[in-house]
Design a protein around this ligand. Sequence first.
Ligand code: PMV
Length: 335
Amino acid sequence: MDKAAIVQTIIGNNNFPKNQQATAFAPANIALAKYWGKREENLNIPVTNSLSISLGTKGSKTTIAINDKPQDEIYLNAQLVDNTSTFAQNIIDYLSLFRVPGLYFKVMTNSNIPIAAGVASSASGFAALATALNNLYAWQLASQELSILARLGSGSASRSLWHGFVEWEAGTRADGLDCFAKLLPYSWPQLRLGLLLYSTKAKSISSRQAMKATVNHCPFYSLWPSRVNAAITKIKSAIINQDFSSFGQTLETNALEMHALMLATYPPIIYSNADTMLGRQQVWAARNQGIEVYFTQDAGANLKLIFLQEQELLIQQLFPQLEIVNPWEEFCKKP
Ligand code: PMV
């Protein structure tokens, strides 16, 4: 099945917008147990489950409107994006899944996170776009259907529809209709995240290409699924028992294992730079002094720190450039 067939299954005949415009917000999310590798390329169906936490008010707010011009127009942070850029192309291709002939859209996205720097901007972007489309067409989709639609834009977007802890299930069906994310019924109000941004430049290799290379050329990839599953189990019980040491150790190890897979791929894929390495060492040095802080890292050089609220001041002193995020701060403003 291709993307268009999946969309057709989900939205049926409701393929004409009921409103002139609609707006939605979706938070970015950071995986604590990562998605790395697809079992189906085109539909973004992962090899394994993954588990994330959303970034509260950090994310994307997207307005979609029916355009009176005979082309799509994409605005990012109030700037018109060139339709030949990869960024616009990805969105235009996605919009085409929902287009009847002659229908064009104007998409205005405001994102308060760096684009394509491994801070999950595509996740919040496609989740916000899928939710805005749901509002524009008045589909009234269930959250699991919306998660599938968001996944067709970007895999990790399937997890960006909720605040809090989310698990994305890989499912087993070839069409991926059982591959969607779910909100987990846990919270941890003392948990804080910090963004250590070393590079806001676009990544050197897309996560799509890097995943494919790892799956095909890393001799250790076959170990990965059982490692992720074990990490998910441990992270869930650490959340339930509010065991921060086990939580932090597990998520940090999972991130390093993902990067180890890429390092062991030929040609090697290295997202880290010298600052990333220094940052990791600073985190380990802090832990040696008894300050409990852990990191995770996605497909980029930046680190995300995880710590408890009681350590916030100390950690801000150690990492003055750290942007602290309270994942439980709700996005309360309606458009
Ligand atoms: O959804 P994508 O293609 O941006 O891939 C995301 C991959 C990681 O961020 C590294 C891991 C994850 O689970 O989000």
